[in-house]
Write a protein that binds this ligand. Structure first.
Ligand code: AR6
Length: 171
């Protein structure tokens, strides 16, 4: 079955999916932005489980339970910090999406939602991220038969439009 891809605008912490993806830092220590919102909504047990994971490399992903979130799991990925685009940023961002899909598939999940990884504090240009994210997800889904639905959850309508354009450009 082909997975359905959707671009929505909203607060990712409210989504009732198998897993939401977190835009975390390498220590998995919690922070601001979507990371802070996810930890606040999940409760302190998420922080405890994260600290036991021994961090996460940039471009990799690790899974925890979702605790008080509607989502059953959180897949924590660490996006690249933007340093001008010549330091492997695009490849590392693609790796975040690919690894998150792989971790979801290993855990037999069927629905997941991504935030716009790296486009906040980490400074990845908002126009450049959606085509990379959509292409990486589509490629990874070829090897993830359990996954039936993927949501790209933007925080602004402007970002949502960029994702809708990317979905049209990567059929
Ligand atoms: N739901 C959906 N999207 C959101 C939400 C939300 N509740 N809140 C923010 N966004 P950022 P990064 C969007 O800064 O750039 C943390 O401190 C936001 O508009 O959260 O990967 C970590 O600990 C933006 O488009 O993540 C790291 O240190 C997107 O989420 C660092 O920030 C990502 O912005 C990671 O930076």
């Amino acid at each position: 079955m082909v997975a359905a891809l959707h671009a929505i605008v909203g607060d990712i912490t409210t989504l009732d999916v198998d897993a939401i993806v977190n835009a975390a830092n390498p220590g998995l220590t919690g922070g601001g932005g979507v990371d802070g919102a996810i930890h606040a909504a999940a409760g302190p047990e998420l922080h405890e489980e994260c600290l036991a994971l021994d961090g996460c490399a940039t471009g990799d992903a690790k899974i925890t339970r979702g605790y008080d979130l509607p989502a059953r799991y959180v897949i924590h990925t660490v996006g690249p910090v933007w340093h001008g685009g010549e330091h492997g940023e695009a490849e590392l961002l693609a790796s975040c999406y690919r690894r998150a899909i792989e971790v979801a598939a290993q855990n037999h999940l069927s629905t997941l939602a991504f935030p716009n990884v790296s486009t906040g504090v980490y400074g990845f240009p908002r126009e450049l991220a959606p085509p990379i994210a959509v292409a990486a997800v589509r490629d990874a889904l070829d090897h993830a038969p359990s996954i039936r639905g993927v949501i790209f959850c933007s925080y602004t309508t402007r970002d949502q439009v960029l994702y809708e354009d990317a979905l049209l450009d990567h059929p």
